[in-house]
Design a protein around this ligand. Structure first.
Ligand code: ATP
Ligand code: MG
Length: 411
């Protein structure tokens, strides 16, 4: 679990701010849910035989012996909140987004942590494949907005409760024929959750399932048509994508359209965003029978991808250096007045030498500096030094705030 420190946090704020802007444009509102939920919520939604529920959840009993779990993902809590607050009664279509920490007990490595952060979005109430394309267009738009273009959008369809069982059978038969080549995990789960085998990261499993039957060849008429419409709409919107028939996703609630944003820049952790349709989920949680689709983006992985082009903290507009108590008092008042009107003013609070104060101004990379001494207090004038241009100009102290405002606006 990481601390996010000044220097890094500016990149995070940028990523979050862009999400608010882009998602807002598409009519999404933010929803905030607690970080803990009843354990049962995740078992019922994500699925008992998934990696998350089998081995990754932070689960504990509280003082009244309720089993609680730190949320490992955002969709189930949002659906719980949606049902509990009867949001469908207010509007037949709900577009929601969230951002915040998620928790999974995983083996930590680059791009994989035990507390990590997701920015996610969900649309509830629309079955039309246009919404699938729209959600993907929004995801694509977001990646453009944050300046990450080296990702590939992979899409697939996982079918529905009508056609998935047929595919499962075909896959189990295939897996049985090469059981010896699979890892222990997969040998154990190929009957309970055969689709997971296709997602196994063990190289031997990847290799020996190369010729596995494709889910796309087992879609029923309805799913086939839905998927071909999604592709058509993506084409109309000129959103680049590739089909990946092996993408199965690690959560059981997905049906029909599933997708990932994939990069080759993060080693083994290649998915920076993932999502799909979950049409039966809300009903299975005792809510109304409404379809849904959504995605979650891994913020740590985005920040890693931003790498060297990290977002810089804004530099101070002005550093006030003061010599003597009276000048320090004047500088203090001027600084506070400027901060009130949005000018980033700084000073030294420790009564240090002028040299030490200027060192601090340089360290903070202040754009302008102004030295206040006895003489400046008497004359009511001082030199405003432009640290970038190494030029000076005389300025009246009673005009300083207004002048700084103008300089700042024209910068
Ligand atoms: P992976 O295959 O990498 O384990 P996942 O399928 O478990 O990912 P999802 O549950 O779909 O991931 O979560 C969506 C996104 O959240 C992922 O694409 C990834 O960017 C991010 N993510 C998931 N788990 C972690 C983690 N432990 N640390 C950091 N980011 C994560
Ligand atoms: Mg995972």
């Amino acid at each position: 679990m990481n601390d996010i420190l000044p220097g890094d946090v500016e990149t995070w704020q940028f990523l979050e701010q862009k999400a608010r802007e882009v998602f807002g444009t598409y009519g999404f509102s933010e929803i905030r849910t607690p970080v803990v939920e009843k354990t049962e919520l995740f078992c019922r939604s994500i699925g008992e035989t998934t990696d998350i529920v089998e081995k990754e959840m932070y689960t504990f009993g509280d003082k009244s012996n309720n089993s609680l779990t730190l949320r490992p993902e955002g969709t189930a809590p949002v659906m719980r909140a949606f049902i509990q607050n009867r949001l469908h009664a207010l509007d037949p279509v709900n577009k929601l987004y969230y951002m915040g920490p998620m928790f999974r007990y995983e083996r930590p490595q680059k791009g994989r942590y035990r507390q990590f952060h997701q920015i996610g979005a969900e649309v509830i109430g629309v079955e039309n494949p246009m919404i699938d394309a729209q959600v993907l267009a929004m995801l694509h738009h977001y990646f453009c907005a944050i300046g990450i273009e080296t990702v590939e959008l992979q899409v697939n369809s996982l079918g529905c409760p009508d056609c998935r069982p047929g595919y499962r059978e075909a896959l189990i038969t295939f897996l049985e024929s090469r059981l010896d080549a699979l890892c222990g995990d997969c040998q154990r789960r190929y009957l309970t959750n055969p689709l997971r085998v296709l997602d196994c990261k063990v190289p031997g499993c990847k290799e020996s399932t190369q010729g596995a039957p494709s889910v796309l060849e087992h879609l029923c008429g309805g799913c086939e048509e839905h998927f071909s419409d999604v592709k058509k709409h993506l084409g109309a919107l000129q959103i680049p994508f590739v089909i990946n028939a092996r993408m199965v996703r690690g959560l059981d609630y997905y049906v029909r359209t599933t997708f990932e944003m994939v990069t080759d820049k993060l080693g083994a952790q290649s998915a920076v965003a993932a999502g799909g349709r979950y049409d039966g989920l809300i009903e299975s949680l005792d809510g109304p029978a409404l379809p849904g689709i959504g995605f979650a983006i891994g913020v740590e992985r985005l920040a890693l991808m931003k790498g060297d082009e990290r977002v810089q903290a804004p530099r101070p507009d002005l550093f006030l250096a003061a010599m003597g108590d009276e000048a320090a008092e004047k500088a203090f008042v001027l600084m506070s007045q400027m901060q009130r009107v949005g000018i980033r003013a700084e000073m030294d609070y420790q009564g240090r030498s002028l040299k030490a104060q200027m060192r601090r101004a340089n360290k903070l990379a202040a754009r302008y500096t102004l030295i206040l001494g006895e003489q400046e207090l008497v004359s009511g004038e001082a030199e405003l030094k432009d640290m970038d241009q190494s030029s000076q100009q005389k300025i009246r102290l009673d005009e300083l705030i207004a002048r700084m405002g103008v300089l700042r606006a024209s910068a």
